[in-house]
Write a protein of this length. Sequence first.
Length: 222
Amino acid sequence: MNSREITLVSAATVFGAVASAIAVGLFFNFRSSKNRCSENGVLEKKSSRQSPFDPAKRKGYLSWDDYFMAIAFLSAERSKDPNRQVGACLVSQKGIILGIGYNGFPRGCSDDKLPWSKKSKNGDPLETKYPYVCHAEVNAILNTNHASAEGQRLYVTMFPCNECAKIVIQSGVSEVIYYVEKRLDNPETAYIASHKLLSMAGVKVRKHQPQMDQILINFKEF
């Protein structure tokens, strides 16, 4: 074996060792990151279960607020709106889900025959989504199978505008829990009016404070 071949073999050996080290490192980093995620509140199928002799309840389960808000977020994934997906979940005083909804067009109105755009090139509002879309809060209230919304809580991913606030008040909802408010730095008249209406009507309003960073649903590992 000449010096050139020896050099090539040595280089290949070193490269292989480095590649193996990187692969092992990535594997353990991946596993440790999964463990860290679990500790931070990511829900996933656990590789090790609690001892069958342990009488304690499971740790890391969802709080009621996170549970209902997560359902609102999941409902938002059904929205076809390309710019903003909003979800809502209406809950009774006893913690029973009465209705869920997301922003979209009314029943029987094709998602493909009405515009989803936010602005019109011609300045025509009828070429935008706004005259046609039903908001998530309204759909959640209307999807209650005729159950009364009196005294119930409404979880919504985005703070309701003034038009939705009117319906929330008229339906008897007693509390609105929202995750984010649109344009906090430059509030629109619709949201200023919404705050005023809800306050005057005695509807409680609070911002959701999640106890978990994220929730992971993996169908393949169930």
